[in-house]
Design a protein around this ligand. Structure first.
Ligand code: LER
Ligand code: MN
Length: 283
């Protein structure tokens, strides 16, 4: 069964980013629960930013799962990437992500490596950079596996990284790793820029996909752009995807409106109830 998820960002430095809820943790969770989301995805400044006992209590209280945790704050706040030319920075990036993996794993949630992957910058050799990334994903994937969760690697569009931009490139790279515990994140916004045919790529590389970011072509909530979601939803069902479709989209027109639009779109494409699917068409 495909489950719904909404993002909550608790990192003030990136207030203009593609995350739905921005208030405090509890009010985001209360709204997610009220709208009927299955889960939340958290974007926090660090692994110790939220007290685990408190989060556990809130997840129980609002009957929500923690679907995933993002690691991008390591770059935004601390300037860390896994492919920095400075070995000390790479080491700090690995330890930042490693701590996030441990935090997420307490709740059975995988961590996501998105912007922390970095770029091949002028003066660097691509082969060397990809070797660093491979070694680090092997190490981090093993750590995650030890804690019983996968690690999620996210191909990003060309304006954010020049490492790997498509599901195909990501899948080939994962095949070259020693660890089998790294999965791909299919972010529909990045895919809209990079894939030739989004549904086809999902069919082809479905076995690699561990998480989905749900946003329309313009990164607004699904339904506010021109992505052909019906074919993509069929592909996700066809590959028997059982993870979370998580709204990482701009809070347009505002967080509440974005969350509402997301859950309506989710029901339209993924609900098992015919009544819910029909109702969502009339709103
Ligand atoms: C992270 O999931 C992502 O998609 C990046 O574009 C955020 O900068
Ligand atoms: Mn994403």
């Amino acid at each position: 069964m495909i489950r719904s998820c909404v993002t909550i960002a608790l990192v003030p430095q990136i207030k203009t980013g593609p995350w739905i809820f921005w208030e405090d943790l509890e009010s985001g969770m209360a709204k997610a629960a009220e709208l009927g989301f299955d889960a939340i995805e958290l974007f926090t400044p660090s692994a110790d930013a939220i007290d685990s006992q408190r989060l556990l209590g809130l997840l129980e209280q609002y009957e929500l799962k923690l679907a995933a945790v993002g690691t991008g704050a390591g770059k935004v706040i601390h300037g860390l990437t896994l492919t920095d030319s400075d070995p000390e920075i790479r080491k700090k990036a690995v330890s930042f992500i490693s701590e996030m993996i441990s935090f997420g794993a307490t709740f059975g949630a995988p961590s996501i490596i998105g912007s922390m992957q970095g770029n091949v910058l002028p003066g660097m050799e691509r082969e060397q950079v990809m070797n660093w990334l491979a070694d680090e994903l092997n190490q981090l994937g093993k750590h995650a596996g030890f804690l019983g969760v996968p690690l999620i690697y996210e191909p990003l569009n060309r304006y954010e990284t020049n490492l790997l931009n498509t599901l195909e490139a990501g899948a080939k790279f994962l095949d070259s790793l020693k660890t089998q515990n790294v999965k791909l994140l299919a972010d529909l916004f990045h895919m809209n820029i990079e894939e030739v045919d989004m549904a086809e790529s999902i069919y082809k590389f479905g076995s690699y996909i561990g998480h989905v970011h749900f946003a329309d072509s313009n990164r607004r909530p699904m339904g506010f752009g021109h992505t052909e979601m019906a074919g993509i939803a069929s592909a996700l069902k066809e590959i028997e995807f059982t993870g979370f479709v998580s709204a990482e989209a701009f809070p347009f027109p505002d967080p509440d409106g974005a969350a509402k639009q997301t859950i309506l779109s989710f029901k339209k494409y993924f609900s098992h109830s015919k009544k819910e699917r029909i109702d969502s068409l009339h709103l």
